[in-house]
Write a protein that binds this ligand. Structure first.
Ligand code: IVH
Length: 664
């Protein structure tokens, strides 16, 4: 076969597979087969350089680097879009459009607002000749060499009826590529990109196109400079672009009237997280091009388009300070103190920085301007510093050599730093707070504010002291009167009798959460037995590995811990192991985690809890993956929704009574 025939054949086939892979996301061949064809084409072209054309797929891998960017003048400016921040503003836009046009029903072409970089591509007689960034709208940077490496940009199109077609759209980096790129950069110790938009911008504005070629960028077309030359409707223009091989958003819809637009907005909000690209809103364009022309443009933006913006999930703010918190086990955790900022619908003023390594990895300095992120209902995180905002006043963070609370020497342990003074007030407070928490002794009303006062004002130094508190003690604290003091005291007293699993959990042994605590309580007869067994025996317990076994063993070996347990028992605390006493392993509830919600008919919630516990059930207050049964009475609320979502068995009261052998 003549080289020219084979070259043309390969170009056609490779372009077809580029389209399948990069535009419509449905590859038909393996990467290996694709690479083999590319290599064959490259070899043929090398042997026959006169046959190389600018639209050959081999020309996408990136040519020689540029010395500098040249400006690209946009023949027709790329305008910006006004924003609507809520439904009222969208409604106002719709009313303005209706009034201007004197029409009632307006159809809008809606699509996601991509969070990337605006780009214009110029095709002359069907061939891509130039492409550049939006810049200020009139002049951007010519990045043709880089755009050519983006496989979803056709190098040739068939609309040749016009001398020239200017296609507009957005270059984005897909979330997956972004993650992979940052992982790779982290492994190499290179600075991370803050978000996919910055990564896309950084990748496109490269002088060396070989770098751009490695960055998996995608181009989404969303319009042309003169749509009237193609079609009388925006949605049909998009269909035409799609027909020309451009990637056009599949989520685009024509919506008639405000209600349909709002329904679209709500749907996009729902599916946003799951989309492969970042979006920060919905662009709503009057679909009719004659209507667009009648509406015309203002100084900076057309009257026929609006962007409905979603609440930002990222924001920048000031890192005022990095405080160090001392946790229950003495671990020092650096916490970012931030100038309060609104992100994703909440105000953020603090965010954990986890440990020193994390601060170093992100390259954060005190007084930095930082990027904050909150995705979905995930806790806020500090993503990165904004290096360009540094002004020389930034200072490096150092882990203190002494505990910021008690002044004792700090010990390093892997990436963690620890205060090892077990009488450090911070540690005591955290331990007390944990002791009183819901899954432990469940002392309602003993919140962190009161715990702080107990330690600071009354010098409470361990949990056993709680049981010796008097009314006159509590009256010394802020916010206590006789009634509230006595309420708390009787609450504390009522908790002396406690199930063994709660007792174990309350001790705050490292690595022992509620599940391990209840596994231990199920395995051992009593506290005495647990305290005396060997490490080996501990590792035989279901779900307990070596690290956890060591941690438990060390805890009970420690004489201070033994003394504290001794004091608790002396104070009248009696851990009882219901499962051992009632020995009811044949009950369906034995060893099962159960939660109650809503109002029961035949017994109070606390009676039901006791009943369940007496049969060996573990009663918990929250619905999580480990829950076995949710018993729902009248007015169940959000726990029921959550259980249904997690696929957890939901019982009504009758089913529960049946299980506890209490026939209704
Ligand atoms: S249409 C008159 N559609 O938003 C402008 N723009 O503020 C018509 N953008 O940087 C633009 N997604 O790149 C349009 N689906 C979309 C868009 C979109 C993102 C960007 C655009 C520009 C900015 C305008």
């Amino acid at each position: 076969m003549a080289a020219v025939t084979r070259i043309n054949e390969l170009k056609r086939v490779i372009n077809h597979h580029n389209y399948q892979y990069y535009v419509i996301d449905s590859p038909e061949i393996s990467d290996g087969e694709y690479d083999a064809m590319m290599r064959e084409l490259a070899a043929l072209e090398e042997a026959n350089p006169e046959m190389i054309t600018s639209d050959s797929p081999t020309r996408r891998v990136g040519g020689a680097p540029l010395a500098e960017f040249t400006p690209m003048f946009h023949r027709i400016p790329l305008l910006s879009i006004d924003n609507a921040m809520d439904e009222d503003e969208l409604k106002a836009f719709h009313e303005r459009v209706r009034k201007w046009l004197g029409a009632t029903d307006i159809s809008y072409c809606c699509e996601p607002k991509f969070d990337g970089l605006a780009v214009e591509l110029v095709y002359e007689k069907g061939t891509l000749v130039r492409g550049g960034t939006r810049g200020d709208g009139s002049v951007g940077e010519d990045v043709t060499h880089n755009l050519r490496t983006i496989r979803s940009i056709p190098l040739k199109i068939s609309i040749k009826s016009h001398e020239m077609l200017e296609v507009r759209g957005e270059v984005v980096m897909l979330k997956d590529s972004f993650r992979a790129l940052n992982e790779d950069r982290a492994a190499k110790g290179e600075p991370l990109f803050a978000n996919p938009r910055n990564a896309a911008a950084g990748s496109l504005r490269q002088l060396d196109p070989r770098i751009t070629a490695q960055r998996s960028l995608v181009f989404f077309a969303y319009g042309v400079s003169e749509p009237a030359r193609l079609s009388p409707s925006q949605s049909k223009v998009l269909d035409m672009l799609s027909g020309e091989g451009f990637r056009v958003n599949n989520e685009r819809r024509v919506c008639t009237g405000l209600d349909e637009v709002m329904a679209y907005v709500e749907r996009m909000k729902d599916i946003r997280e799951g989309l492969p690209y970042e979006m920060d809103g919905v662009v709503v364009k009057v679909d009719s091009i004659p209507y667009q022309e009648s509406l015309g443009v203002k100084a900076k933006s057309p009257r026929w388009v609006i962007a409905f913006k979603f609440p930002p999930t990222q924001a920048t703010t000031q890192l005022l300070n990095i405080e160090v918190q001392v946790g229950r086990t003495g671990t020092l955790t650096p916490v970012a103190i931030l100038e309060p900022v609104h992100v994703g619908g909440v105000t953020v003023s603090r965010a954990t920085l986890h440990n020193l390594d994390e601060i170093k990895r992100k390259g954060l300095m005190i007084s930095d301007t930082v990027l904050i992120q909150r995705a979905g209902d995930v806790i806020p995180e500090v993503v990165s510093p904004v290096i360009s905002k540094r002004d020389g006043t930034q200072v490096e963070f150092r882990m203190p050599e002494n505990c910021p609370v008690c002044g004792s020497q700090v010990e390093a342990e892997g990436v963690y730093y620890r205060c090892i003074n077990m009488s450090c007030p911070a540690i005591i407070k955290e331990r007390l707070y944990h002791f009183a928490s819901k899954d432990a002794f469940d002392i309602e009303g003993l919140g962190i504010r009161i715990v702080e006062q107990l330690v600071d004002v009354l010098n409470v130094s361990d949990a056993s002291t709680l049981f010796a508190l008097t009314e006159s003690d509590l009256l010394k604290l802020e916010g206590f009167a006789e009634l509230s003091a006595n309420n708390l005291l009787s609450m504390i007293a009522s908790r002396k009798s406690v199930s063994l699993d709660r007792f174990i959990y309350a001790l705050g042994i490292r690595h022992v959460g509620t599940t391990t605590a209840s596994d231990l309580a199920k395995h051992f007869e009593s506290l005495e037995e647990l305290m005396s067994v060997s490490k080996d025996e501990l590792s035989k317990v279901k779900g307990i590995g070596e690290v956890v076994a060591s941690s438990i063993h060390n805890f009970f070996e420690n004489k201070d811990n033994r003394a504290e347990i001794e004091r608790l028992l002396k104070a009248g605390v009696s851990p009882h192991n219901d499962r051992a006493r009632s020995a009811a392993p044949d009950s369906v509830l034995y060893g099962k985690r159960i939660c109650f919600t809503g109002t029961l008919d035949r017994m109070s919630r606390s009676e039901a809890k006791k009943k369940a516990e007496s049969l060996g059930a573990i009663v918990v207050d929250t619905v999580g993956k480990q829950l076995d049964y949710l018993v729902a009475g009248a007015g169940p609320g959000s726990k029921l929704d959550k259980a249904v979502k997690l696929g957890i068995a939901v019982w009504d009261e009758a089913r529960f009574l049946d299980a506890v052998g209490d026939k209704a």
